[in-house]
Design a protein around this ligand. Structure first.
Ligand code: AMP
Ligand code: MG
Length: 495
């Protein structure tokens, strides 16, 4: 879809918006109707032109006053039915009632290529689920979600995306007074494990409709299965296994894998306290509130499995009338997760090392590299990126004998494959990123934008993050790990 096609349609449909709202047809306990609270002075900060075009929405319209008003919640796109979704969730293992406390689902846009896509405003004012919160969001964290979610998308990792960030012209009070903003988030849906936990606990009569809806929207083949609820559980487990393997390969630490932050579609959701690992270590934690390391990098697959077990709990009455038989069936469906995760992880690791046909000793070679990275505190992204290049750096830790010995064996292993080392490196460069959004670099760009109104560094960073496999084109400054004397990076929830 090019810009002109969209523009032509924009007259008829106000910017190309054509929202429907299948979610609002579900039973009422699952949501509350709620209008956005208008803001004083909407001002555009970031607009995702490529995503607008994918949605069939005119980027020029969005950038203008009418479009900006919509992206701030001061007016509504045609077809909107703003609702706050009800959900619950296990937060750090404890069940809590939650819901959209500062977000509103406006509706679903059908893209020109036929996909249904949720359009959600985040930071659009209080809702019945706001508890003590102000319903608002600060500019810095919304820009951060924009940057990291778009980087994830470019890395080929399923994720919610960011259409725009609009400043509100109103202050928000956190530890200090900050500029307020609204983020427009898109998603395959906002159905979460926590949505089912809410229904199972507080609206059991709606559970069956919610299950049918989820199947229709994301896993239509499950409707044909002998036991659709069981098939849904397995399908969600498979998507999560594939997602988790992808996170692990790029060193992504989600940081708050509560069940309300696990999307059933298999997209990454909630960019609050997430961060990317520099030096490789499975115990890596960034979130200031995760003192026990529950959501540490290396624990993520196990936590995903724990969350899926909470999802399974909600489905048991639909899986079968006999609770014990349903539990056994659910357990075997859940076992899919571990197998699929292992297979997806190993496939990805092999691809990153350029390995074609499976040979004896491959698994040990992969494991040895990870063991070495941990011991040497090697930079995760750069270790793999260097392996795609023609020469490894001679500097520490790559000049040390243990790595040299591993490297020589790896080169010998590749040499007798079809195409040898050169062909392997060519393939590796297509799946190994040269850049991830490194924390210190993202922070510097966010500070320039949010504190000094200088969006230049952020735009340049976004441009580089949009082409992570361009090994020759990424500026060297973006590839540098943080200086060795930097304090540990910390992230925060409730931003
Ligand atoms: P999160 O940590 O983003 O997963 O959010 C947990 C819960 O807190 C969700 O129910 C959010 O909607 C809610 N929440 C977070 N920030 C705010 C806020 N500023 N105002 C109201 N609710 C909020
Ligand atoms: Mg959340």
């Amino acid at each position: 879809m090019n810009r002109q096609t969209v523009s032509r349609k924009s007259g008829e449909r106000l910017g190309g918006w054509r929202l429907e709202h299948s979610y609002a047809r579900l039973p009422e306990p699952l949501f509350t109707r709620q209008a956005p609270v208008p803001v004083r002075a909407p001002h555009p900060c970031l607009l995702n032109t490529a995503l607008a075009l994918e949605l069939g929405v005119d980027p020029d319209f969005l950038a203008g006053p009418e479009g900006t008003a919509m992206l701030a919640g001061n007016s509504l796109p045609p077809g909107s039915e703003p609702i706050a979704q009800a959900y619950a969730g296990h937060q750090f293992g404890h069940f809590t009632m939650l819901g959209d406390g500062r977000a509103l689902l406006l509706g679903e846009q059908t893209t020109p290529d036929g996909r249904r896509c949720d359009i959600q405003l985040k930071g659009s004012g209080r809702t019945p689920y706001s508890r003590q919160g102000d319903g608002r969001a600060a500019l810095g964290p919304m820009l951060r979600e924009y940057v990291v979610s778009e980087a994830m998308h470019a890395l080929g990792i399923p994720t919610t995306r960011s259409l725009a960030v609009v400043r509100t012209g109103e202050p928000v009070l956190r530890d200090t007074v900050l500029a307020g903003a609204v983020l427009t988030r898109t998603a395959d849906s906002h159905l979460r494990v926590g949505t089912f936990e809410y229904a199972a606990r507080y609206a059991p009569a709606a559970l069956e409709s919610l299950t049918d809806y989820t199947i229709r929207r994301h896993f239509p083949v499950c409707a044909e299965a002998a036991n659709p609820a069981l098939a849904l559980l397995e399908a969600v487990a498979v998507r999560q296994a594939e997602l988790l393997a992808k996170w692990m390969h790029v060193g992504f630490v989600h940081g708050v894998m509560n069940t309300d932050n696990m999307a059933l579609s298999g997209q990454t959701i909630d960019y609050g306290p997430c961060a990317f690992m520099d030096a490789y270590h499975p115990d890596t934690v960034f979130s200031s509130i995760d003192s026990g390391g529950r959501y540490a990098y290396g624990r993520q697959p196990g936590i995903a499995m724990w969350n899926l077990a909470r999802f399974a709990d909600t489905l048991l009455p639909l899986i079968g009338d006999s609770p014990s038989r349903a539990a056994t069936q659910a357990e075997s469906a859940l076992a899919t997760f571990a197998n699929r995760f292992q297979a997806a992880w190993l496939d990805g690791a092999r691809a990153r090392l350029g390995l074609l046909a499976v040979e004896e000793g491959d698994d040990a070679m992969v494991r040895e590299l990870y063991d070495w990275m941990r011991e040497a505190k090697a930079d995760h992204t750069n270790t793999f990126a260097f392996l795609c290049g023609r020469a490894m750096p001679e500097t520490a830790p790559f000049g040390r004998p243990r790595f040299r010995s591993w490297h020589a064996r790896w080169v010998a292993r590749l040499a007798h494959q079809p195409g040898g080392l050169d062909a392997a490196r060519e393939r590796m460069r297509r799946t190994t990123p040269a850049i991830v959004p490194r924390n210190h670099i993202v922070e510097a760009a966010l500070t320039a934008a949010a504190s000094h109104d200088d969006f230049g560094p952020l735009r340049r960073l976004l441009d580089a993050l949009a082409r992570p496999f361009d090994h020759d084109g990424i500026p060297a400054a973006y590839r540098q790990p943080p200086p060795p004397d930097s304090p540990p990076y910390r992230t925060f929830c409730g931003t």
